[in-house]
Write a protein that binds this ligand. Structure first.
Ligand SMILES: [Zn+2]
Length: 93
């Protein structure tokens, strides 16, 4: 009998978790909209967490990174400090 209660509890938790995940897809009125961005090939995608992940290319190695994780220097994006330093050493001119 106890096993049945456990089963119900587990099913309840799974369903609850499922609805929690699905619930994030509902329109969020408080979410800021990206405005004034230049139109590119990449449109901002909404991840499961509702945070907009814009992919930006590294100015040095051209690897695309999420804008939140990318290193921004003088309007350019880099994977990390190493890419930025290498870019500075190489020079732009
Ligand atoms: Zn890079």
């Amino acid at each position: 009998m106890l096993r049945l209660l456990w089963f119900i509890l587990v099913v309840y938790l799974i369903v609850k978790l499922f609805y929690r995940v699905m619930g994030t897809q509902s329109p969020n009125a408080g979410a800021p909209k990206p405005g004034g961005q230049k139109a590119g090939a990449f449109s901002p995608k909404k991840s499961a967490t509702g945070v907009i992940d814009e992919m930006v290319p590294c100015a040095f190695c051209a690897t695309y990174n999420p804008a939140r994780q990318a290193l921004e220097k003088k309007g350019l994006y880099f994977c990390n400090e190493q890419c930025h330093e290498a870019f500075e050493k190489r020079g732009t001119s």
